[in-house]
Design a protein around this ligand. Structure first.
Ligand code: C2E
Ligand code: MG
Ligand code: MG
Ligand code: MG
Length: 277
């Protein structure tokens, strides 16, 4: 009976859930294989001084260099990596590649600026991120000040006790700490005070709303003055046009990052920028 119904008959006996699970297992296997084959590569997006446009640092943003599908953006694999725990192994590869790149630039005698890497809350399980960073800094002989980690405001709020003690360890190692996507997670002033982060990155949704008379302007203005009173460097994310740049200059925002300056680019393009200076 099953045979006579062909493919559709087979589907009839397997609930839709079964198909979803099969798809998920195959994507999970693909992710595992990609990690083994080192198919993840880093692009870098410049962060520049708002007033002088001098290159001050860059954010490492991971891409999956898929053999058939080409470059796959993080939005298409980070959620699954988070859901399956693969984000921990992926995060380790990201930290390693960033340190390797810094060591390469140093060997080439190029002026070094810090690289910031995005870190998931799961990388704080069993102190993984602290161990990984310590090992990579040593292996590649990289100064800790050249590595910065970005952790989103919302993930920090979720598991704060565990994360905070490790952030303190990283701070002791002189690794730089940045709070990412700020403004989307509702942290309290007391949390901000306690965390002692070096850098605050204003989420791009607030920058997109910047414009004369918009409530976004008041919000960004108060974040910047709050961050400055806590001695943090402020970076505006997602700066796309000159009007936003001008407003951010008026508000004394320290650095900007966004398509107006550059999209995330392969390492060689950063090499060229660093050599110009
Ligand atoms: P994020 O850390 O907030 O990174 C900024 C995102 O905004 C990047 O997207 C960047 O390409 C994009 N962006 C930069 N400038 C502009 C702009 O002017 N306009 C607009 N519309 N977008 C801009 P991307 O590379 O697709 O990464 C998306 C997110 O994926 C990141 O957000 C981060 O949360 C996550 N991600 C990327 N790499 C890693 C990683 O190595 N580990 C982890 N855990 N997450 C990562
Ligand atoms: Mg980030
Ligand atoms: Mg961000
Ligand atoms: Mg983000």
């Amino acid at each position: 009976v099953v045979k006579s119904e062909g493919k559709n008959g087979y589907r009839f006996y397997q609930p839709q859930l079964g198909e979803d699970i099969k798809k998920r297992i195959s994507s999970e296997n693909a992710l595992t294989e990609a990690l083994e084959k080192k198919q993840f590569i880093l692009f870098y997006q410049p962060q520049v001084n708002t007033a002088t446009r001098e290159l001050c640092g860059m954010e490492a943003l991971v891409r999956w260099q898929h053999p058939d599908k080409g470059l796959i953006p993080p939005s298409e694999f980070i959620p699954l990596a988070e859901a399956t725990g693969r984000i921990v192994a992926l995060g380790t590869q990201v930290i390693e590649q960033a340190c390797e790149q810094l060591a390469l630039w140093r060997k080439q005698g190029i002026r070094l600026v810090p690289i910031s890497v995005n870190v998931s809350a799961q990388q704080f399980n069993q102190n993984v991120v602290v161990h990984t960073i310590a090992a990579c800094l040593e292996r590649y002989d990289v100064a800790p000040e050249l590595l910065e980690i970005e952790i989103t405001e919302s993930s920090m709020l979720a598991k704060h006790a565990e994360i905070e003690s490790q952030l303190a360890e990283l701070r002791k190692m002189r690794v730089k700490l940045a709070i990412d996507d700020f403004g989307t997670g509702y942290s309290s002033l007391s949390q901000l005070l306690r965390l002692q982060m070096d850098v605050l990155k204003i989420d791009q949704s607030f920058i997109a709303q910047l414009g004369n008379g918009s409530p976004g302007l008041v919000f960004v203005k108060s974040i910047i003055s709050l961050a400055h009173s806590l001695n943090m460097t402020v970076i505006a994310e997602g700066v796309e046009n000159d009007e936003q740049l001008r407003l951010l200059q008026d508000l004394s925002c320290d650095q900007i990052q966004g398509y107006l300056i550059s999209r995330p680019v392969p390492a060689q393009e950063i090499t060229a920028m660093l050599q110009k200076h």
